[in-house]
Design a protein around this ligand. Structure first.
Ligand code: ADP
Length: 339
């Protein structure tokens, strides 16, 4: 029986260390990970990390399976491998399992929890401070009480929006693999979003204009989610691009849209505000990513709006594009497949 043939058939990087502590066989995946020319050499000269050396040594000496972790700056990223050294008749078989994705997912989860806690703590601290003041020094001061209650209302509103956005995000994420099947008229949704955002536009002195919103544009979709996409985009255009005075929403229908290679409905939301510099654009759809954190919070933003948009568009198998130049306004385009 040729051991090398068996080892070669395993997709994980595998090396066989004989009892004389030399490497007897390796497979292709191991050569990619650790480099060629390992056969015949002492394992200590190849695997220089102390944890891995201890693990192999323990398996050789004690004839017991042993495990550890191996990190490798592999093709430009830090890869983390779970290493197992298992005694076999010929020596010790060492396997390397890539666990980088799992570690990254764990890190993302920890970052997310830290972000959410931080976002909730700020308004909560303000609320607690004002409750204390209202109970103590401002007890008999009617004017201060009114002012503080106003601030408390705003802070509670911020927490409420954050929790609602988090719930929307988790709902959209959990449904992301289920394609929506209802028939939705995108134009009708856009018209209704625009009419509900009229007061906000007036408050910011922005005129909202539409093109193509009268034609029927049916897609397979989830009506509430489609409305949410355009609420978030148009609200952002008013809040962040409002200095341009005008926000336009343009709806077009395409029999064969090049990126989707089929019939599609495209909605462009354009503002003429201050724009976004190129380095921020790829990160805008990350949760809690804001170009100007202070400004977003002033506007009551949660930093989750575009993350929600991205997930809804993905669920509809559509595409989102962001084009912007500092000082020249921004264009957010959503392209949704129409069949
Ligand atoms: P937020 O709740 O902060 O509005 P979003 O995810 O909706 O969160 O947006 C993320 C960030 O993208 C915003 O904080 C803002 O800095 C930037 N942004 C979004 N839309 C625009 C726009 N039309 N013009 C300029 N900046 C924008």
């Amino acid at each position: 029986m040729d051991v090398s043939e068996f080892i070669e058939a395993v997709p994980l990087p595998v090396i066989l260390v004989r009892d004389d502590e030399r490497i007897a066989a390796t497979n292709r995946a191991a050569k990619v990970l650790l480099g060629p020319g390992m056969e015949g050499r002492h394992y200590v000269t190849i695997l220089r990390q102390p944890l891995v050396l201890d693990c192999i040594e323990a398996a050789l000496r004690l004839r017991e399976a042993s495990e550890t972790q191996y990190t490798n700056a592999f093709s430009g990223r830090d890869a983390i491998y779970h290493v197992r050294a298992v005694p076999v008749a010929e020596g010790v078989l060492v396997t390397f399992e890539d666990r980088t994705a799992m570690h990254e997912a764990g890190q993302m989860r920890r970052d997310f929890v830290a972000n959410v806690s931080h976002e909730l703590r700020t308004p909560l601290t303000a609320l607690m401070g004002f409750i204390e003041t209202l109970r103590g020094p401002a007890r008999e001061d009617a004017e201060a009480r009114d002012r503080f209650l106003g601030i408390m209302e705003r802070e509670a509103g911020r927490m409420n929006r954050l929790v609602s956005d988090l719930l929307s995000l988790s709902q959209v994420e959990s449904e992301e693999r289920m394609r929506p099947t209802d028939r939705v008229d995108v134009s009708a949704q856009v018209r209704s979003v625009i009419s509900s955002l009229k007061p906000l536009a007036e408050q910011f002195g922005v005129s909202l204009t539409t093109e193509g919103a009268e034609m029927e544009t049916i897609i397979p979709g989830d009506a509430d989610q489609i409305a949410q996409v355009f609420t978030n985009l148009i609200e952002n255009a008013i809040k962040y691009g409002g200095t341009g005075g005008e926000v336009t929403v343009c709806i077009t229908r395409h029999e064969s849209e090049p990126t989707l290679r089929g019939p599609a409905v495209r909605v462009d939301v354009a503002d003429h505000g201050e724009g976004i510099s190129a380095r921020h654009i790829p990160r805008l759809t990350e949760r809690f990513y804001r170009v100007d954190g202070h400004r977003s919070r002033e506007m009551g933003g949660t930093g989750l709006g575009l993350a929600i948009v991205k997930h809804i568009v993905n669920r509809h198998r559509g595409r989102m594009r962001i084009e912007s130049h500092k000082g020249q306004g921004s264009l957010f385009s959503v392209i949704l497949p129409a069949s």
